[in-house]
Design a protein around this ligand. Sequence first.
Ligand code: TYD
Ligand code: MG
Length: 451
Amino acid sequence: MPTIFTCTKCGAQAPKWSGRCNECGAWGTMVEEAMPKNPLGPKQHLSSNKPAQLINWHELPSKPIHRYVTGLIEIDRVLGGGLVPGSLILLSGEPGCGKSTLVAQIAQTLDPQLSIIYISGEESAQQVKMRLDRLNYQPQKMTFASETNAETIIATAIKYKPQLLIIDSIQTVYSDEVPSEPGSVNQIKACTIKLLELAKEYNITVILIGHLTKEGIVAGPKTLEHLVDTVIYLENESQHSYSLIRASKNRFGSTNEVGLLEMTGHGFRQLEKTTSLFIQPIQGASGSAISCLIEGSRPFLLEVQALVSKTYFGYPQRKAIGFDSNRLQILTTVLTKQTKINLTDQDVIVSVAGGLKINETALDLAVCAAIASSYYNRPLPDKTLFLGEVGLAGEIRPIGKLEIRLKEALKIGISQVFLPAQAKITSSKMKIKTSNNLLDFFNQVWPKTDK
Ligand code: TYD
Ligand code: MG
């Protein structure tokens, strides 16, 4: 049988094996697979198919999206209000992060009238039952099958017509019609397409569980993400007890929202109150600044820590944990050029305490404040919040969603805030300090030092 080499990272195909993918440049990702049947065979006619039926918009009534509300607020928030009937959802995460537990809890909290089929190719009925017992869940309308054949799974779903079909996991499912091994790129793609057709044609919501590889992509093809309606990642910070759930694609809702969960002895617990979850600032310590991040519509107060120390060997190091290292590189250069903080012979480490990841420029000022504080070994003022984007000229630029951030900060007793000069703020219970640029800002933070 003819074979083809496929990159497990980007899905590029080549007739010959190579150590490095020519498309994405990844090493050791080319795997041999059987050629799919009829790869773009010659066509006799332009088309012998029957034409598609066209729809006129005015004939189609507008319908609000109906959803199965899961009852788990954190999950509904990420899904955009609940599971949409007939949608295909990919739930991915690293092994052991709690994917099977989460789907079981979704099944548990859904309307008990909905019928659910749980298919597992990874665990036996007894193992799944043990988990359900742990969750204290005695399903009424959820049935189980240990099955890996895609055609059998689809036949089962067509026969019993559940409202929800859970497949744990897509890597274990294989189709008879595809000659490659289970778990291979072609198999995963083909099985997902079949399940997508099932979801649309029979209006069955399908949740697929997908494992993440070490590189952090859904094992096998990233292409899987293009096929499904919604992609949800469950992230578990190993050193923290909580898990973050976020949608990276959502055809039926926003992709910005995050949900917070905590694993307990009886499944996940929802963390709705997050005000002081990520901060326990040590008072009087240098290199620590408080700021507020917005994820979707939700504010998270967090602590940015920086450590600046003289470089003893080679190039100065720039290390960022929970923060973009390119952004750190830019900010250290801005600080060196636009202020009197010379970082050219200093290692700079920035870490976001609590395991959150900053992807907002609104936290630049807090990062700069923390770096300066560590550099001078002088703590920043107590109970103070830092908000603002820093530009290349050292100017402090306005940011969005100020009101939400300040309201959240008030809850933990923040009494002072540093903002960009153009910030439009009407009234606040906090002492407001504004600055145009970093020099001006440092002069306000440490008035007596000449920066
Ligand atoms: P699991 O859902 O099986 O993870 P995945 O399907 O993503 O591989 O379980 C993840 C971990 O959670 C596992 O190590 C056991 C633990 N766990 C609890 O701590 N409490 C519980 O109630 C359950 C069900 C699991
Ligand atoms: Mg599992």
